[in-house]
Ligand binder design. Sequence first.
Ligand SMILES: Cc1cc2nc3c(=O)[nH]c(=O)nc-3n(C[C@H](O)[C@H](O)[C@H](O)COP(=O)(O)O)c2cc1C
Length: 324
Amino acid sequence: MVGITENPGFLHQCKKHGCDVLVLPMIFMEGITHDPSFIDNQLGLLFNAPGGFSFRPLIVQVIGTNQDQARIAMDHLASYDLDGINLNLGCPSSKLSKSSAGAYMLDAPEKRDGMITTLERYSPFPFSIKIRLLGGRNPDVGRSKAFCKSLEGSGIDWMSIHGRTRKQGYSGVARWDIIKEIHDFSSIPLIGNGDIKHALQGNELVKSSHADAFMIGRAAIADPKVFDATGSAPSSLEVDLAIKLGLYEDLFGFLEKYSATRVDHFLSLHERKRWLLYFSRGARNARIFRARVSSIKDLESLEDLVTAIMTRDDNNNENKSPSC
Ligand SMILES: Cc1cc2nc3c(=O)[nH]c(=O)nc-3n(C[C@H](O)[C@H](O)[C@H](O)COP(=O)(O)O)c2cc1C
């Protein structure tokens, strides 16, 4: 996820709490060919992590429309020991409409099929795609199924489907019923995606044959512990604020183990405030805290605020397990 999964501290939390496979945010193949330093730095941080922490299995997600650049990008990535390459055919951003990249490529069959064939051939690692359902304001079940059927025999190793169309963006609900219809006939392993709040919910969908596996996006941003399926089903995801702030300490604690210059950009005040706002989502009584975080202008005040909440007497006396 752009702005989220490039952060080694966050990826480390997801893995620690049970996420099986990590996927980096989409990166333009044209960008890799013109200036590979961004992806090189990113992979450098993950393959040389503090304490030898393992960020594997690790998948690089690419996006783009130029097949020549795709081949060069694959050549470059071949020097890393990755676990897969994933093609983004699901990003609905209007910025991609001109180039027909991301989810726009789903409606440009020649470009789409050409890129799938090229990457399937030149990817040095298992190759997969991420798509949305086809259609307009509503999913077109027939077209979605026909496209997925056309992928049989294409050689792709797996596909993930977000159960909404490009036009829907994030509106409505993810159509797991359609994902299941596709799963019923597909010989390609299918990862379902959309609106999963917790790994236990995802496991139920897998058990009822909706997909072979599931992917969690937004819920993990507010709490990477959603990947932990070892306990019983939470009756509520509302958690004490101090517990959520523990996630912040954990994320930045991990980053601070790197030699500072390598992760400077992840340690800024802006970044710290951003993660506090993410992690305090869904926490009890977080409204005032969030307003205070937004107004803070220096690191010291931010740290004071976090410390004050984490050491508050009422927190110390409270049972610190989530209220769920
Ligand atoms: C901030 C943000 C960034 C995202 N970036 C990507 C991305 O780089 N590649 C991708 O395939 N999907 C991306 N997505 C979409 C998610 O992977 C996922 O498909 C979508 O949010 C639906 O799943 P969810 O309901 O579990 O969030 C992004 C979503 C968000 C909220």
